[in-house]
Design a protein around this ligand. Structure first.
Ligand code: DGI
Length: 142
């Protein structure tokens, strides 16, 4: 299995709900190593740019307003099959459809405020990591 890196965000609802530690514990239990991390309060233009792929969607402004409603934790996770594994630990986009034991099932209630973000492909992972971190910020570790 290839070692991958993926960009993860603990969203404003989960930061406000004091769930940073719980979410990090789940990453570590799943074999996802945190190799960079930072707290950021996104500006509107940063949030619009990060989610530009959704610009035409009806939920775009709600999504941007939610993402700037408070600070977030951004982190790079590294591990075997990290992109898929992180999305498995997060669960389905809509918490109502997320499997029991996933972050979104256990710690979120609505699709508008669904606790976590994870890159969905190697290409987006590269772009999203570069959005927040430089090469010098990434610390390979065991
Ligand atoms: O990769 P995901 O975060 O699981 O999902 P995505 O990339 O399709 O969508 C990005 C975010 O946009 C998602 O976490 C929450 C929001 N979103 C997606 N689909 C809907 C939505 N928000 C609302 N209100 N309604 C949707 O159908």
């Amino acid at each position: 299995m290839a070692v991958e890196r993926t960009l993860s965000i603990v969203k404003p609802d989960a930061v406000a709900g004091n769930n940073i530690g719980e979410i990090y514990r789940r990453f570590e239990t799943a074999g996802l190593r945190i190799i960079a991390a930072r707290m950021v309060h996104l500006t509107q233009s940063q949030a619009e740019s990060f989610y530009a792929v959704h610009r035409e969607r009806p939920f775009f402004s709600a999504l941007v307003n939610f993402m700037i409603s408070g600070p977030v934790m951004v982190q790079v996770l590294e591990g075997d099959d990290a992109i898929r594994k992180n999305r498995e630990v997060m669960g389905a986009t809509n918490p109502a459809e997320a499997a029991a034991g996933t972050i979104r099932h256990d710690l979120a209630e609505t699709v508008d405020a669904n606790a976590a973000h994870g890159s969905d492909s190697p290409e987006t992972a590269r772009e999203e990591i570069a959005f927040f971190f430089g090469e010098d910020d990434l610390h390979s570790r065991n």
